[in-house]
Structures are given as C-alpha cells and as structure tokens.
Design a protein around this ligand. Structure first.
Ligand code: FE2
Length: 551
C-alpha cells in the first residue's frame, strides 16, 4: 500500500462529455482521405451546417442542408444530378446517435470546354466560367465507384467512432478505478491508525490532513460533541464540543454548531451537500460558506460529531463522489469514537470497583488510611525512575491501591492490635497476600495486578512470604511495591509507634539493599527521594484514576 503522499490528487470522475467538434473533424478527415476532397457536414435533422468544406464550391449553400435533411435511409445516395455533376450524400451517425449527412459534388464524365452547363453551374453556386474552370480540373468518377467508396468510408467512420467510444469508456473506468483506489488507500490509512489509546486530537489531525490532500477544499473540519457531563467522569472524557480544522476554516466552533442547528441536521441524516444554488439563497446563514459537505459521525441515532468540507478551491462544486468519501471516513470514525466511549465507560466502572475495594481496606484498618494511595504513587515514581513503560505504570498504580486487599479477610482484633503480635497472630496476618489473590483472581481486568498482590511481602534473600521466592524469581512489580510499601509503613505514624525519620528509613534501605529488597529499586528510591518525600506528605481527598494525572 503506498504512503498517502504518493497518492495522486483525488480527481472526481467527470461525466463523459461528447466533444462534437473532434468527432466531426475525424469524420471529415476520413472522407477526405478516402475521396481526396473535403465534404461538408450537415445536421441530418435540422439541416444546420456543422462543418464546411474548404475545397468544394458552394459547399455552405444552405439549400444543400435542406436537401441533406430530406434524405431517406442510411445508404449513400445522390441528392442531385445536374449535367455532369452528382451531389453525393453520405449519412453518418454523430455523437449520441445524432444524424449527420456529409455532402460533396463529383464530376462523372469528361467535360467539353465549349459545353454550356447551366444546371451544374447552379448546383455548384458558380457562374458559367468559374464552374467550367472547376469542372475541368476534377477527377472523373464512375457513379458506382462513388457509392461503393462512400459505403466503405461509412463503415470506417463507424469503426472509428466505436473505437473512440471504447477509449472514452476505458478512460472513464480508469478514472473511477483511480478514485476508488485512492478512497480505499485513504480508508485503509485511517483504519491502520485507529487505536483505542491513540490521542483523539492526533487522530483527527491525521484524518483532516488526508481529507485535505484528497479533496479540492479550502478547509476541512471535524467537530466532536461532548461524551460526558462536567464533573461526571474520572477520565479525561470530553465535556464540551471541540472543533479541529485544517485550512482556512470559514467558521468557528460556535458558528459550526449554529449551522448544524439551522440546517436541522441529525445523526441519521446522511451526507449533506450544498453548492451555490443553495448557499447564495438569502436564508443561508453563513455567507463565507459557498460550497459545503457535512456528514454526521453517529452511533445509531446518537450524533458523536460531524465532518465538514468547506468551499471548493477550483470554483467547482462538491458532488456525490466527495460526499461518499467523507461519509466512509465518518462511518469509521463514528464506530471508533463509539468504541472509545465504551472503553471509557468500562474503565470508569473498573475505577469505581477499585475505589470501592480501596475504601473497604481503609475502613478495615483506619490507622493506615491513605496507605494504599501513597504506596501506589510511590510505586509509580520508583517505576518511572527505573524506565518502566506507561502500561506498567498504570498496573503498578492499580496494584498499589489493591496490594493489601487480602486484609479484608484478617480478624479486626489482630489487624488493629496496638501491641506486639504473637507468632500465631503474625501467621494469620501473613495470609493476606494469598487472600488478596483469591479475592481478585476472577477479575480478569485486574489479572496484571495479581503478582503484586501475591508477592509484595517476598524478600530478595528468599526470607519473605508466602512462597519464599528470591531475587528475580519475585516479579518486578512486587519488588517495586515492596519498597514503596516499606517506605510508607516505616515513615507513617501508627497508634503504637511514631513514624521513623526519613534518615532512619534510608539507613534501613541501605542495609537491606540486595538482602530484603532489590538493590535496583533501592537505587531508584535514592535517585528520586525528594519526589517521594513530597508524595508521602501530600494529603489527598480523592483517589485519582486518570493515568494522565498521576504520571
Ligand atoms: Fe501487605
């Protein structure tokens, strides 16, 4: 598939225009080649002169036109026979079946210079002397030969016309194929760039660039309508309409909305094409819009936005070819936009589930309130320091929020005990990673989080729990959260002890690197410790699940 830059400018196929003049010129040339003299061509219905001969006397005499229109049948025939001159008529079929008649005078016997040939002179439209001069210069033709040659010329002209017609058909098909190919290339490029995660503005700007390349328009624009109400979304869902445009767009977002309203357009209305016959009307609300295509992007009866093409650059008009191209792009973008919205709704739902579970942990162990959120954000900061990708950061954030979800299954008395735990109580607490794993195991949307929930108490030296994994046997996400968890646990105040000073925590980290914790994660802590201190001290009223906000 060629790059869009390689695609030639989109040219709408034009209706085949039958060029009368080239057709007549071709017929006249064939007759001249066959007979060695030029013919006059008349309209067979009206007798109107279509093509004048330059060699024959009186060739544009309209009387001959009247003779020509009175012709019967399609065979070559003689329209007049005066003395030694025959007026030959060759019926032809012109463009779109238009009847034509070609005429020329021929001498059929030797002429004596002393003859008085009044009839021939009249037919030729010359005086006697000039008629004789012309007659004596002409080749002598047997009448049968004239008719046979005329029939042959007729057949040749017919064959040439057919060849020209086929040529035009081929050119038309070729134009149609080029248009279709370019449309397919454009649609292919659009679909190749559709990603749920792709930035909407980027996608719109790509689509606008392609449309602008393909269409002879002053500007192209996409208006996206709001998908959520203000304050009712955790993610960055659009709460106001937005207009993306390329080229000299003649109207702004508000004017665009007014135009849609004034045209009474709805989601299911299909493409609208307006050219000057409409836009020059006194009722037209946007005088700067001369030619227009507007196509809805919709999901069923719900309008998601509009694609518009403004003002033909070549003083032409927009037609069905351009409208159909824009409509195809709008259909694809509409489905994509709808999918994005569904994805957003799912993500919102997942976020609300995670929020509910996190609240349940906080309610169970109020002394550690906010711990999960801090661990999540510290984990993200450490992961960024270690060069993790955006998807991993998202997983770590979720895992941080949910890592202690298993504490829901621990006895309150043990969880909230202010003093030192007995061995049995500690064994009971040590079950929370596996309990957490079991709670979340059936939520496939959270499957990436499970290794962190199960292994966040493993230690680098293999002395942790529940499986005594060591070194890189422990998933990276769990090694990162282990450090984030330890930092917050050691530095936060608890009912039975004050939180450690940061210096003391850092001393513990230095001692425990490559023993309790992964040394790489500890290094990441020391290179980002000022950020982590800020995170630990920040009070947050609400959890934020928008990846754009916490990375
Ligand atoms: Fe834990």
């Amino acid at each position: 598939m060629p790059a869009i830059a390689e695609i030639r400018k989109f040219v709408a196929p034009q209706p085949v225009r039958v060029e009368t003049v080239p057709e007549l010129t071709r017929c006249a040339a064939t007759l001249r080649r066959v007979f060695g003299t030029s013919f006059t061509i008349w309209d067979g219905t009206s007798g109107e002169l279509m093509h004048a001969s330059v060699q024959q006397p009186g060739s544009n005499d309209l009387f001959r036109g009247q003779l020509a229109r009175a012709i019967h049948g399609s065979e070559p025939q003689f329209l007049a026979d005066e003395d030694c001159v025959l007026l030959l008529a060759v019926p032809l079929e012109g463009p779109q079946g238009r009847p034509l008649v070609a005429t020329a005078s021929f001498v059929v016997r030797q002429v004596n210079p002393n003859e008085y040939l009044n009839g021939a002179a009249t037919l030729l439209g010359l005086d006697q002397a000039r008629a004789m001069a012309w007659l004596t210069r002409q080749q002598i033709w047997p009448p049968e030969s004239l008719l046979r040659l005329a029939a042959a010329a007729q057949a040749q002209i017919r064959a040439e016309s057919r060849a020209c017609e086929l040529q035009r058909e081929v050119e038309k098909l070729s134009d149609n194929l080029a248009s279709t190919y370019e449309e397919i290339c454009l649609l292919h490029s659009v679909t190749q760039n559709l990603r749920i995660s792709s930035d909407e503005e980027q996608l719109c700007s790509l689509v606008l660039r392609w449309l602008k390349d393909c269409l002879p328009a002053q500007a192209v624009a996409i208006q996206l309508l709001p998908v959520a109400k203000e304050g009712q979304t955790t993610y960055k869902a659009r709460t106001q309409s937005v207009l993306y445009s390329l080229g000299e767009c003649p109207i702004d977002d508000a004017e665009f909305s007014r135009l849609i309203e004034s045209l009474n357009l709805e989601a299911g209305c299909g493409p609208l094409v307006a050219n000057r016959a409409v836009t020059e009307d006194a009722d037209w609300s946007e005088p700067r819009v001369r030619e227009l295509i507007i196509v809805p992007m919709a999901e069923g009866t719900r309008a998601l936005g509009w694609i518009a093409v403004f003002n033909h650059t070549c003083e032409g008009e927009f037609g069905t070819v351009e409208a159909s191209l824009v409509n195809s792009v709008a259909a694809i973008l509409g489905i994509h936009s709808s999918n994005r919205d569904l994805y957003r709704q799912q993500a919102e739902f997942l976020a609300s589930v995670v929020r509910a579970l996190t609240s349940a942990i906080d309610a169970k162990d109020p002394y550690t309130c906010g711990h999960s959120d801090r661990v999540a954000r510290i984990g993200v900061r450490l992961a960024k320091e270690m060069g993790c990708e955006s998807k991993m950061l998202h997983t770590i954030y979720m895992a941080g929020l949910l890592h202690d979800i298993g504490k829901i299954g621990i006895d309150d008395a043990v969880l909230r005990k202010p003093g030192k735990l007995t061995e049995a109580e500690f064994d009971h607490i040590k079950q929370h990673p596996e309990m957490g794993y079991r709670i979340l195991a059936d939520m496939h949307q959270l499957s990436d989080v499970l290794p962190a929930v199960l292994h966040h108490h493993e230690q680098w030296d293999g002395k942790g729990y529940p499986f005594k994994l060591a070194g890189e046997q422990i998933p990276l996400i769990a090694r990162i959260l282990a450090v984030a968890d330890a930092y917050d646990a050691m530095s936060s105040d608890r009912p039975y002890r004050r939180g450690m000073a940061v210096e003391r925590v850092e001393e513990m980290f230095q001692k425990g690197a490559a023993q309790q914790w992964d040394a790489d994660v500890i290094n990441a802590y020391f290179s980002s410790k000022s950020d982590i201190l800020k995170i630990a001290q920040e009070e947050r009223a609400n959890l934020t699940l928008d990846v754009q906000q916490w990375t």
